[in-house]
Design a protein around this ligand. Structure first.
Ligand code: NAP
Length: 541
């Protein structure tokens, strides 16, 4: 029987389609007020289900205006060791829990996230400066991940197989060395958890990516030590909420451990500790590849599931619908201030339409309101940190001296204590480092091309290969693009966004080249297998 279609959470779309946008806004506004009323509290870590406090605290401030969201524990290497021990202690019982029960716990968790979605989204907006639509969408994605992985686990019957002797021996002579025994041989092939997983998450999708990675590890029978972003950018409160909701859903003590504290200490301990069998990480290329090198240099053989950065191109061909292209590229480049791994940061446009395209793009970008993202009408909030703003200003200065600023390039004074920056469009030549380095700020480079072949060559000429887009009406170009583009997540003529907004169950979100180590995507049929090792067990009677 065919499986029913996967049902996404799609909160905003459901409210809008039933004419209840005002209700959506009221729910978010009320949640934002409730969240703000809780600002300034002190929060523990959780090791083996027990509240744990450290000697020092970390102050998490909102990038919107610097207000103190809360006081968190500055966990140490010692705490990481304790959490690894707690996770190891819970492994035997959790890995032998039936797969249906594990799936059902994560469906419970999805229901709890869904019930609390506006509150979680409001925390997220305060924590990393996302607009309400982006935040609710991210919580939806977390819910989708849990349900999708529960479905996958069940559809694959917990990844257990019995192979059949008749099929495998049909044409093999019994005298052939290595042939299966002619006696009755029963073979079972199973996928088993690796053990303790370290889950290390980035600041930009702290709800969906942390939930997706943790669910992937736990639903397949591993136990987890989870560490959200806790240094320059801080997303420790959403991390703690994830822990609390998972606990309410029935994840047993010790299976999921929550630590706050610097990556250089807690993250590093997860990497170098032999008690950790695998790391699932999403973040920058420097940190991702650094972790793998360090573990292997020490002779530690771990499983690494590592998703990294992007420098995502879009090609706009002659004859493309320029309104659609300008709109799709503007939202892909400047949604959440370009702080998405999938953000479009490079455009290659045919010389003959370049001027017309750029003016449409500027017209679109000019309409983006910048300010407090808690407000309904604001499209772009603050950058995550002073460091991110430094990257932005340095890049703008480089663009001024080596190319041209076509739009933006300035700090925006909102009267709030945060780093607000204009969406910025620059023209530099292809050799510029601004075309090749992931900046992770609202800066888009534009270059012209004459031949489609050149456009694809330039699009591929970076170390990354995460997302890519094309606007073209020519079938030949579309098929050439799909054949040759070096990226895992590829879109053609997408009006909502040129490179961002993968939907669980519809797309898979996957990177190639320097964007990923395994080349397997999240929200994909091949995601869960990465968290398991295979075993073939043969018994001859
Ligand atoms: P980041 O600076 O690499 O940090 C990611 C995580 O690694 C944080 O939790 C950080 O902890 C931790 N960490 C730092 N140093 C570590 C070390 N030596 N050992 C172990 N862990 C360490 O990345 P980010 O700024 O949060 O996120 C942005 C990056 O993530 C961009 O490059 C973006 O493209 C990428 N990203 C990729 C995807 C994808 O699916 N491919 C999705 C989202 C984001 P502390 O913060 O506590 O130090």
């Amino acid at each position: 029987m065919a499986r029913p279609a996967f049902l996404n959470e799609f909160t905003y779309r459901n409210f809008a389609e039933s004419g209840k946008e005002a209700e959506f806004d009221r729910l978010f506004d009320d949640a934002a007020q409730r969240v703000k009323a809780q600002f300034g509290k002190k929060y523990p870590m959780y090791i083996g289900g027990r509240e744990t406090f450290a000697a020092e605290t970390l102050i998490e401030k909102s990038p919107i205006d610097g207000s103190v969201i809360g006081y968190f524990q500055k966990g140490t290497r010692e705490h990481a060791k304790q959490a690894i021990q707690a996770a190891a202690g819970a492994l035997q019982s959790w890995s032998s829990t039936g797969y249906r029960e594990r799936a059902s716990i994560f469906r419970n968790a999805a229901a709890i996230f869904s019930k609390n979605k506006f509150e979680l989204a409001a925390i997220l907006s305060y924590e990393n400066g996302k607009s309400r639509y982006e935040s609710v969408g991210e919580v939806d994605e977390a819910i989708d991940f849990m349900r999708y992985y529960a479905d996958e686990l069940e559809a694959n019957k917990g990844f257990l197989r019995r192979t059949h002797l008749k099929q495998s021996t049909a044409k093999v002579s019994a005298s052939f060395q290595g042939a299966p025994s002619m006696k009755s041989e029963k073979v079972t092939i199973r996928m088993m958890p690796f053990g303790v997983f370290g889950v290390i998450a980035p600041f930009n999708f702290p709800v969906s990516i942390s939930t997706g990675m943790s669910t992937g590890a736990m639903i397949t029978g591993n136990t987890v030590v989870f560490k959200p972003s806790s240094s320059d950018s801080m997303t420790m409160l959403t991390g703690l909420k994830i822990y609390e909701y998972m606990k309410q859903a029935g994840v047993p003590q010790g299976v999921f451990n929550y630590l706050s504290g610097p990556g250089s200490e807690i993250g590093d301990e997860l990497v170098v500790n032999p008690g950790v069998a695998g790391i699932v990480f999403t973040g920058s290329r420097a940190v991702g590849t650094g972790m793998i090198t360090k573990a292997y240099e020490r002779g530690l053989q771990k499983t690494f599931i590592v998703e990294m950065g992007g420098k995502n191109p879009v090609i706009v061909s002659k004859g493309a619908d320029l309104d659609e292209a300008a709109s799709g590229i503007a939202s892909a480049a400047f949604g959440f201030c370009g702080q998405k791994c999938s953000a479009c940061s490079r455009v290659y446009v045919h010389e003959s339409i370049k001027e017309q395209f750029v003016s449409k793009l500027i017209e679109k970008v000019r309409s983006f309101k910048i300010g407090n993202p808690i407000r309904k009408d604001v499209y772009m909030g603050p950058l995550i940190s002073a460091n991110a703003f430094r990257t932005y200003s340095d890049a703008v200065e480089k663009a001024k001296s080596t190319g041209r600023i076509l739009y933006g390039g300035n700090k925006v004074n909102t009267g709030m204590d945060g780093y607000y920056a204009e969406p910025t469009i620059i023209e530099v030549n292809h050799e510029s480092e601004l075309v090749h380095t992931e900046l992770f700020v609202p800066i888009l480079t534009v270059e012209g091309f004459r031949g489609f072949d050149d456009a694809i060559r330039m699009a591929n000429d970076v170390e990354y290969g995460l997302t890519a887009g094309l606007y073209s009406k020519k079938r030949k170009e579309v098929s050439e693009f799909l054949e040759r583009i070096e990226a895992g997540t590829v879109y053609v003529n997408r009006d909502t966004s040129a490179t961002t907004g993968a939907i669980v169950g519809l797309h898979t979100f996957v990177g190639w080249k320097g964007s990923s180590v395994n080349g397997k995507g999240s929200g994909s049929k091949f995601y869960l297998q990465q968290f398991m090792k295979e075993q073939s067990m043969s018994i001859t009677k």
